[in-house]
Design a protein around this ligand. Structure first.
Ligand code: ADP
Ligand code: ZN
Length: 425
């Protein structure tokens, strides 16, 4: 297996040692948050619990949780736990589900981010001096800078193209022998399509690191085939410090390894908040263990996953593996009594030979009754009937919809919007 472990002493430590480390770091984080931030202090007072009361990691469930709303309301600095003189960078979320949130970093937080990201590159197969093309924008969105900090830590050759100008991206990848391509999943698709349209290949390109949005296994397979790469699923969010902070899958592709020496994760029931047994699907809660400017404590991410394994992986790492995120809690669609996630539609669509990776799910509402229309790009051999029949088999309902010629559905910069709502009268 072509994986070099960036920090073997941390990434392969025994689960017992990891648990002890997590408990010590958890107590330190809690004391730090309570001493320096009124928000955290009040929450702990309300819950009548002190860091010293924790005797095991199981006690975590007694701590109050926090949600995106708390972070939004705290904008810009009410969750700050460090002196403003120690701050060195700030970023914001893309605002997919509401007004964006802001994250501030000390030098220590930036170093922690760089280490997590360097582990991800290394896990994918990146080696010092490998050219990495960073396609997320370099700005408020955390993607570009996070990938930059990690690439510098590992010693990669940074090609900081940022977003857009796809033809130039391909030219630069060819001219400078890009070996690792990074970006938002839908931009990976855009590059693949452009490459196919232009003809030719990117012979040096070996690995793709994609994230920022939920994507199906079949979409990943399309990217691997179309770009002739091995693709990795990288996970992180602004609230935890940005791209790569939570982790990525390894070459065993048996789930996303979460960097457990830096983050404690729990999967909880969406409604009751009760912790779920391993294997059960629920909402991921994250507690940061090593961040100082804006730590999060039992942060309800809104992302749905399940614990796949806590055993040592074939790659040698001991850190927990969770399933690829299937979507956010509020991504679930209910049409005619059937519940489904956009990634399930995507997974089913990508199974149909000739279907291309661009589609729209349109929820049409007429006098309170919802119906779903699925438009997809495909080769001329694919008919609307084929699509509807396959979706009926896989999802249990037959949506309306049209088949479009490749390239004709609109595309967006950044994270793709797949679901649209239309009120019809
Ligand atoms: P937002 O999109 O919520 O405004 P961010 O830009 O910080 O905020 O993006 C973080 C969110 O993006 C995560 O909570 C998750 O929903 C999604 N995300 C990030 N990486 C992945 C991934 N690899 N798979 C699925 N979803 C992801
Ligand atoms: Zn592994």
């Amino acid at each position: 297996m072509n994986t070099t472990i960036y920090q073997p002493e941390w990434e392969t430590m025994s689960q017992d040692a990891l648990a002890l480390l997590q408990l010590a770091r958890l107590k330190k984080t809690l004391s730090h948050a309570i001493s320096n931030c009124q928000f955290h202090r009040e929450r702990f007072q309300e819950a009548q619990i002190q860091p010293g009361d924790l005797t095991s990691l199981d006690d975590l469930k007694r701590l109050p949780s926090m949600g995106k709303e708390d972070i939004r309301q705290a904008y810009p600095t009410a969750l700050l736990c460090e002196s403003p003189t120690l701050l060195r960078e700030m970023h914001m979320s893309s605002g997919s589900t509401g007004s964006p949130i802001a994250m501030l970093y000390t030098q220590g937080d930036l170093d922690q981010w760089a280490v997590c990201m360097a582990r991800c590159y290394s896990m994918a197969g990146g080696r010092p001096s490998d050219p990495v093309q960073i396609t997320p924008s370099f700005g408020l969105f955390n993607g570009g800078f996070g990938m930059y900090h990690g690439a510098r830590a590992l010693g990669l050759l940074v090609i900081p193209t940022g977003a857009g100008n796809t033809a130039r991206q391909i030219k630069l990848a060819r001219d400078f022998g890009t070996k690792i391509l990074t970006g938002v999943v839908s931009y990976g698709i855009r590059i693949m399509e452009e490459l196919q349209a232009l003809g030719g290949t990117l012979p040096q390109l070996t690995y793709g690191i994609f994230g920022a949005e939920a994507f199906s296994e079949n979409m990943k397979n399309q990217l691997e085939k179309g770009l002739n790469i091995e693709a990795f699923n990288i996970y992180g969010m602004t609230e935890t410090g940005g791209v790569g902070t939570l982790g990525q899958d390894c070459p065993d592709h048996s789930g996303i390894h979460v960097w457990e020496d830096h983050y404690l994760v729990e999967v909880c029931d969406r409604e009751s908040g009760e912790r779920l047994p391993d294997g059960k699907e629920g909402e991921l809660y994250v507690t940061s263990l090593t961040r100082s400017a804006m730590p999060v404590i039992r942060f309800r991410t809104g992302d749905l996953t399940r614990v796949l394994s806590r055993q040592r992986c074939a790659c040698g790492r001991t850190h927990i593996r969770i399933a690829p995120i299937i979507g956010r809690v509020d991504d679930m669609l209910i049409v005619k009594g059937i519940n489904f996630f956009p990634t399930q539609v995507e997974q089913a669509l990508m199974e149909i030979p000739g279907v291309k990776p661009n589609y729209q799910i349109i929820i049409e509402e007429r006098q309170g009754v919802k119906d779903v229309r699925i438009n997809v790009e495909a080769e001329s051999t694919v008919t609307g009937f084929t699509v509807a029949k396959h979706l009926k088999e896989r999802l249990g309902f037959s949506p309306k919809g049209d088949v479009f010629t490749p390239g004709s559905l609109p595309r967006q910069e950044g994270k793709a919007t797949r679901v649209f709502y239309k009120i019809l009268d």
